[in-house]
Write a new protein. Structure first.
Length: 227
């Protein structure tokens, strides 16, 4: 059965009802999802590990969203203060030793019946096959999934949901620059893999009326905090 193709916002529909709720995006990046949640009526809070990481988000912030420095295992939020906590493609970036404490912290911060939503990329698909030459996240993604199989007792898991995300990274040169920019340590590895990345780009890229794109299969896990 074919998986549906969804945007990040579509993947949250029916899972998080943001209006009037406190929603926390851990690993919020440039704050795009935080801004969407705020426009939908949430008290939206974005969390990143440093002020430098929050610079882009703060530069675009509106009045209904806030940003705070914190870590997944030590959120700067009171007990039971959040209606939903979201990890959008960020949970597998946590250090392995932080994954279990991060779930315990979500348990602490969520209100009763609050939801933890973890959306993660699978170690498959055309985009992964191209970028794994420089940063193979197979083990990190597997470790993240393993951690999600053993949540705190109060976080009750719901049904898993799989879908496809469309990634539009631009041409091959733009892909290479984005890979390197995400982590400066990748530049040395990229030097030896650049030709193969370009070859895989041409072999795996698809086109539609918008332009070139790749497919990134995703998995959504939802947990509800019980009393």
């Amino acid at each position: 059965m074919a998986r549906p193709r969804l945007t990040p916002i579509q993947a949250l529909e029916g899972v998080i009802d943001p209006a009037g709720k406190t929603v926390v995006d851990v690993g919020c990046g440039d704050g795009a999802l935080v801004r969407h949640l705020a426009r939908a009526g949430a008290h939206a809070i974005g969390i990143e590990v440093s002020e430098a990481q929050l610079a882009r988000a703060r530069a675009q912030a509106g009045t209904a969203e806030t940003y705070q420095v914190g870590s997944a295992e030590s959120l700067p939020l009171a007990d039971g203060s959040a209606d939903a906590i979201l990890y959008m493609k960020s949970f597998h970036h946590l250090p392995l030793a932080s994954m279990e404490p991060a779930l315990a912290e979500a348990d602490r911060v969520l209100a009763l019946a609050g939801r933890l939503v973890v959306i993660e990329p699978l170690a498959e698909g055309s985009f992964f096959e191209m970028t794994r030459l420089v940063e193979d996240e197979t083990e990190a993604r597997a470790a993240a999934y393993a951690a999600l199989q053993a949540p705190p007792p109060a976080l009750i898991p719901g049904e898993e949901f799989f879908y496809e995300s469309v990634v539009r990274p631009g041409n091959a040169a733009e892909v290479l620059e984005k890979i390197a920019a995400a982590d400066p340590s990748r530049r040395e590895r990229l030097a030896g893999a650049e030709a193969e990345v370009r070859r895989r780009y041409e072999a795996l890229v698809q086109y539609d009326e918008v332009g070139p794109f790749f497919i990134a299969p995703m998995r959504r896990n939802v947990f509800v905090r019980a009393g």
